[in-house]
Design a protein around this ligand. Structure first.
Ligand code: KIV
Length: 275
């Protein structure tokens, strides 16, 4: 059984932490079988599952549907629910209530983006209440408009120190780990080495304590765009397309059989066979 202490143990022992996103029951079953270290039900599902242009439009109620599906499929995995935009930004009470809904839906922890006084207080309150929190720094998609788009973060020493400062505050507040998104590998390494808790990189090089990616990206299922740092392990889009085309072709070539007679020679009225 994986718990928050599993991730600390993995960092301390030098073993890398392998996390992936999942959004549905059958994919969660596969990840469970593969004993992946943690499953994130990411708000990226707004894009790769629901077809939105960004992650802004997904609501807490929609996220809960996917968390429940993943929890039904992944009986032994550590599941992290991603708090969507504006589900924790209004007040600590709002954030705590919505984090609680994710836990009740089957998540073992929640993830929050950014770091300011409000987030620090919320992380403390969640942790005290029994809701483990994974932080998220560097490029934070929910702050895309203020960050000025998909930009690599932490490129100068000032910026790296600012991210490290935020990371230390999140660590102090009780986060069990921090996602570092889109930053140079050296910056992520420096931050990782100066924290006690593990870092989980996405587009942040190999020097983090672990890695996370969007499953639809690495399996080649989502094809609208693929981030540069993503390695594709298979091409599910083409495999599904080929399967669908074969099925379609087979159906189009089916020949209707003459109606069968039963043993008595009387025509069978309402029967059909499906082959
Ligand atoms: O929403 C998401 O999938 C994420 C990433 C860290 C993978 O936040």
């Amino acid at each position: 059984m994986k718990t928050v202490s599993t991730f600390q143990r993995l960092k301390d022992s030098g073993e890398k932490i392998a996390m992936l996103t999942a959004y549905d029951y059958s994919t969660a079953q596969v990840l469970d079988k593969a004993e992946i270290d943690a499953i994130l039900v990411g708000d990226s599902l707004a894009m790769v599952v629901l077809g939105h242009e960004n992650t802004y439009n997904i609501t807490i109620d929609e996220m809960l549907i996917f968390i429940k599906a993943v929890a039904r499929g992944a009986k032994n995995s550590f599941i992290i629910g991603d708090m969507p935009f504006m589900s924790y930004n209004l007040s600590v009470a709002q954030g705590l209530e919505n984090a609680g809904k994710m836990i009740k839906a089957g998540a073992n922890a929640v993830k929050l983006e950014g770091c300011n006084e409000h987030i620090i207080t919320l992380v403390k309150r969640c942790t005290e209440t029994g809701i483990p929190v994974l932080g998220h720094l560097g490029f934070t998609p929910q702050l895309m408009n203020t960050l000025g788009g998909h930009k690599i973060q932490g490129k100068t020493s000032d910026k790296i120190e600012a991210i490290l400062d935020s990371a230390k505050k999140l660590q102090e507040a009780g986060c069990f780990g921090i996602v570092l998104e889109l930053m140079p590998a050296d910056s992520a390494q420096y931050i990782t080495e100066n924290l006690k808790i593990p870092t989980i990189g996405i587009g942040a090089g190999v020097n983090c304590s672990g890695q996370i990616v969007v499953i639809d990206d690495i399996l080649g299922k989502f094809t609208d765009f693929t981030p540069k740092f993503v390695k594709k392990y298979t091409n599910l889009h083409d495999e599904i397309l080929n399967g669908v085309l074969s099925y379609k072709n087979e159906v189009k070539n089916m020949v209707t059989q003459p109606r069968r007679k039963n043993k008595t020679g009387v025509k069978v009225k309402k029967s059909f066979t499906f082959q």
